[in-house]
Design a protein around this ligand. Sequence first.
Ligand code: NAP
Length: 888
Amino acid sequence: MPDAMVATRASDERGTAQQVDVAVVGAGFSGLYLLYRLRKAGFSAVALDEAGDVGGTWYWNRYPGARCDIQTIDYSYTFDPELETAWTWSEKYAAQPEILRYLGFVADRYDLRKDIRFRTKVTEAKWDEKAERWQLTTDNGAPVSCRHYIMATGCLSAPKPPEIDGVKDFKGEVYFTGRWPHDGVNLAGKRVAVIGTGSSAIQSIPLIAEQAAHLTVFQRTPNFALPAHNGPAPSDRMSLLQSDRAGYREQARQSMAGVPYPQQTVVSWQLSDAERRERFERAWAAGDLVHILTQLWADQAVDIDGNKIVQDLIREKIRAAVRDPETAAALMPDDHPFGAKRPCLDTNYYATYNRPNVTLVNLRQEPIKAITASGISTNGRSFDVDVIVFATGFDAMTGAIRAVHPITGRDGKSLTDVWAQGPQTYLGLTVEGFPNFFMITGPGSPSVLSNMAVSIEQHVDWVVDRLAALRDAGFTTIEPTETAQAGWTRHMADCSMVTLHRLANTWYTGANVPGKVQGLMPYTGGVGPYRSICDEVVSRGMLGFKLTGPGGATQCNDGEVVRLQPDVRLVLNLLASLNLPPIESMGAIGARAFVNEFNKGRPAGRPIGAIVDGTLPVADGALPYRVYKPATPGPHPVVVYFHGGGWVLGDEQSDEPFCRDMVRRTGMMFVSVDYRHAPEHRFPTAAEDGYAATRWIAEHAAELGGRPGPVLVAGWSAGGNIAAVTCQLARDRGGPDIAGQLLICPVTDCSFDRPSYNDNAAGYFLTRGLMYWFWDLYCSPADRTDPRASPLRGNVEKLPPAFVTTCEFDPLRDEGVAYAEAMAAAGVPVEQLKAHGHFHSSFTMVDVVITGVSGRVQMAEALRRFAGLPEVSRDEPSPGFKISAAAS
Ligand code: NAP
C-alpha cells in the first residue's frame, strides 16, 4: 500500500502507532509550511510539538519587547500570493503577539492544526532497518511510525541553563526570556536583575526599566545594537515590494542574506571619510540590520580593516547616547568584529542607561560569584533583587535537535555520538547514517545567517520535492554518502574563511555553551549560492545521495557537490554567465584590448607608499617598469616581478592589485617589468628581457630606492616561467645574486600530457586551448624544450630557495608541482603551497577571491624569510604592512 494511503489519525491507544508518511517535529514557521507542502504533495503527515499551539519560537519568546529583527514584509511566507495580500503587517518590525497571530492565521487558513499533536514531545526516535521506517515514542499519546522524519525544531529553541551557582537558593522570582509566562509578569515596583546583553536582553531592558523600581543589568560581553526606528513599514521598501512582488521575492531568494539588497562593490578605501560617514549615517537612520551589515562597503564583512571602520562609527554613537562615560565605555564592544556576533536592533537601549533607576554591572571587571537567597553577588558587591531575568541565550543550532534524543539511526548509531565532535551534515539537511532524516535550517545551512523565512521555504520545498521524486521513482530510502558529507564539511570550512564570523566567540560557534565543541555551525556562503548548490545536487542526479528501493534497487551518484573555493565558484559562474568568446579567438590585439577592459572593472588595490614609473635599457630596446613602494621608510629589499598573460598579454600594470597587496604584506619594494611580448617578439625575447631587467634592477636598486644586494624574483603564470628561467640564467651567467624565487602557477614545461591538463582542460578560465595558443604565439615547437622556455628541462641545481604555488583547478598545476619537486630533489630549499579549490587566477584576483588571502600571507612570509627580514606576528601587524590572521 502506498504510504500516502496509510491512516493519518493518531490512535487513541498508547500502544498502537500512528502511521504516517512523514512526521515533523515542531509547529513553527518550518513545521507549518511542511504540513502544507506535504499535504499538497499527497503525503500523510503529523507534526508534534511540546507547545500548546502553533508558533515555535514565537510561542515561547513572549518577553517584553520581543519582536522580529528582519523587516516583517521580508519575514513572511511567500509561497502563496493570496496569503501575502490577505495579511497586512501593522509595523516595520512586528511584535511577538502579532507574529504569533499571523502563524495562527496561516494554520487556520490551510486547516493545518488537524495534523498537529500539541503538548506532545518526542522522547525517542529509532530507525527501523527492516521496516525502513522511523519509530517514535512520545510523552503524550500514541507512538508514531513514519517513513520520513523531519526536524523543524528551529535553531534557537533549547534555552541554555544559567550555569551560575546558587540559582536554586534565590527566594525571589526567576524568569527566562525564552520561556516567558504566557499571562505576563508584573514587574512594577520591583527590583529586577537582567543577566545577559544579547538580542533578547537588549529588546526587553528598556521596557523592564520603565516598569521596575530598579533594574540592574549584568553584562558579560557588550553587543553592537542599532536603533530599529520601528513604525510603519518604510515606504521605499514597501514600494519596491508592491511594484514587483514576484521580482522582489525572487531577488531575496538569490541574495546573500535572504533580503533583497544589491551586492556592494565599492570597498572602504575607495571612499573618503565623508563618503563613508554619509553611508553609515544612512544605514543608522534606516534601522535595518541587513542594510547596515551589507550596504556600507564591500569589505565590511570580510576584512578586519574594513570592519573596524564600522565598529568605530558605532562606538561613537554609543558614546554620544550614554551620559556617564564609564558606563558608555563598558557598553562598547571591543572583542569582536561587527556582524561576527549577531548584532541587535533596539528601541532606546543605550539611552536606558541614562535613567536613574538603571545600573550596569560590568562582569568583565566583577564576575558573578553566586546567586544567593536575596540576589546576586559579584566579586565586589551584593545586589538584592526581587526578580532575576535570565536572558542568557540558547544551546543553538544543535541543542533542539539533540534534545529529542536519543535519535538512533542505522546500525544503532546515536546522533549525539555521531555529532560528538560537532555537527556533520550534507547540505545542513541530512546526516550520513540517518536515512530518511531531514533537518530544516539545520547546522550546515544558512539558517541563522539569513532571513529565516526565505531559508525555511527553500528547505521545505527542496525536501518535499525530493520526497515526491523519491516516491515517484519507487525508492523508499534516501541517505547522504560519507564522501558527500565530508565534502560539505570541507566546503563549510572553506566558506568560514571568507567572513569574519570565525573571529568571535558566539552561539554561532557553540562558544556560549560550556563544554560544547566549537566550530562555525551556520553556512556562511550565502542564501543564493546555497540554493544553487542544492539545485545542482538534483540536476547532477542526486549527487552525494544513496537511494534504495524494493528488491535491492539502488542509485548512488557519489561525489562532492562543491570542490571549488566558494568565491572561486562565484567568479567562475559569473564568467560563465557572460558567455565570453574564447580569448584565443580574439587575436593578440583583441585579447589585449579585452584584458585591459576587463581589468578596469576590478578592485584597484589598496593604497601603498608610492608608485614610480620608468624605463630600463635592454640590448635592443627599453622596457617600461613600475615600482611599487611600501609606506614605511626605505630602503626596502627589492622583488623583481613578472606579470602573467601567456607571454602575449599584460604589462607592468596588469597585476597591479597583486603587487600592491604583496607590498603591503611583505614591506618590500616590487618592480614590475613590462617584458616584450609575442607574437611581435617571440622566444627567447621574454626570457632574455626578464634576465636583463633583473640584472639592471639589481645594479640600480639603490637609485630605485631599494636595498642594494641580492634581489628576489617573483612571477605569476608566464611571469612565473620568466622568474624561474631568470634564476637559472643568473646562476649560469654570473649573477645577479637572487635571494629567493616566488613562482605562482608557473609555466615550467612544454608538455601537455600531465593529468592537470586534462582534468582542468575547460571551465576554469585558463583552458588547455588558451595555453596551446599562447605557446604557439610565443615559441616554435623546436624551441620549446630549451630550458629558457621549459625550465623543468634545465639544470635545477643550486637555485635560490623557492616558494611554489599551484592551484588544484589549473591546467598548469602538475608542471608547477613537478618543478618544485625537481628543485627539491636537487637540494634547493623549496616550499610548496598546493591550494585546494583554487584556479589559475585565484591569487591575483585581490579583493575578489577573498579565500586567496591566506595563500598570499604565506607567500609574503616566504619572501620575507628569503630576504632575511624578521617574521611578522600574524596577530600584531607592524606599521607599514599587515599580515593579519583575519582576511585583511
Ligand atoms: P544570546 O545572544 O546568546 O545572549 C545571551 C547573553 O547572555 C549574552 O550577553 C551572554 O554573554 C549572556 N550570558 C550567557 N550566559 C551567561 C552567564 N553564565 N553569565 C553572564 N552572562 C551570560 O541570546 P539571546 O539574547 O536570547 O539571543 C539569541 C539569538 O536569538 C539572537 O542572537 C538572535 O539571533 C535571536 N533573537 C532575535 C531576536 C529578534 O530581534 N528577532 C530577539 C531575541 C533573540 P556572552 O556574550 O559573554 O556569552
